[in-house]
Design a protein around this ligand. Structure first.
Ligand code: APR
Length: 263
């Protein structure tokens, strides 16, 4: 593991033997873990950077089961605002590049598969064209009924009095995994991680588990971390590339496509 800056371009670290060219024939099953950093260039604030969401809101006020029980109106308002923000943003080059790689896989012009696991609750991967995105921390555009467990697509505002469209009871909550709750789809995530050839983390600070431990679950897969700055977990990856996701992810995708192109 070597983290450092390449001469000439201080934003881009290049490992001596970049992981994707080390054994390109082995890179067939790719798992990508995205965090708030991939949506930063779309205009969505991250959580822990200076001026991030958690600099302005206390987690224990808006993102715990206790907060929901104590002041549900505040929790609904917080997620209403974040849901409304989605209308003003669009996917960026990083989301688009990952979607293009998946499209090439579906079309058979690229001989690999890409599983996207995201900690993000926005819908920017889907709006870029990605499919089967695993939202381990839930989604802003979904509400869950705590009475009947039905989930409902929601793009507008809700209050604690909003009736569940399925059972009619006023028991909807944001379909978000709060601190202290168990992330979603862990079985599918573990299966993907333990069978991949390349694990790429993009724009995540590595401060929230279990996602921060995914790099340790991938067996002998190659591991690559893409971040604007070294994260808490960068040293656990084979390679770290420092720079904006909107620049480095399209570059990675081009390299992968060239390595596995099917004529
Ligand atoms: N390109 C690449 N990386 C970036 C960019 C960018 N343009 N902008 C910021 N980053 C990096 C930051 O350096 C930081 O390491 O993105 C990371 C964002 O970290 P966090 O704000 O902690 O977001 P994330 O890791 O996704 O948080 C995990 O914490 O609060 C919970 O549930 C919430 O899913 C979230 C989880």
């Amino acid at each position: 593991m070597w983290v450092g800056l390449a001469t000439g371009d201080p934003r881009h670290h290049l490992r001596r033997t970049p992981v994707t060219t080390r054994r390109p024939e082995r890179v067939k099953r790719i798992v990508v873990l995205t965090g708030a950093g991939i949506s930063q260039e779309s205009g969505l604030e991250t959580f822990r950077d200076a001026n991030g969401l958690w600099a302005h809101h206390r987690i224990e006020d808006v993102c715990t089961p206790e907060a929901l029980a104590r002041d549900p109106a505040l929790v609904h308002r917080f997620y209403n605002l974040r849901r409304a923000q989605l209308r003003d943003v669009a996917p960026n080059a990083a989301h688009q590049a990952l979607a293009e790689l998946q499209a090439a896989s579906r079309a058979g012009t690229w001989a690999g598969t890409v599983t996207i696991i995201t900690q993000n609750v926005d819908d920017l991967h889907e709006r870029a064209g990605s499919t089967d995105v695993i939202h381990m921390h839930g989604r802003l555009n979904s509400m869950r009924c705590t009475a009947c467990e039905a989930r409902h697509e929601t793009t507008g505002d809700t209050t604690p009095a909003t009736p569940c469209p399925s059972c009619g009871r006023p028991a909807l909550r944001p379909d978000i995994v709060f601190f202290g709750e168990i992330p979603l789809h862990m079985e599918a995530i573990t299966a993907a991680l333990t069978t991949c050839d390349l694990f790429v983390a993009i724009g995540t600070s590595g401060q929230v588990y279990p996602a921060a431990a995914f790099v340790d679950l991938v067996g002998d897969a190659q591991t690559l971390d893409i971040n604007i700055a070294p994260s808490e977990i960068s040293t656990r990856f084979d390679e770290t590339r420092l720079g904006a996701a909107g620049t480095l992810v399209p570059r990675l995708v081009r390299a992968l496509m060239e390595a596995q192109h099917v004529a």
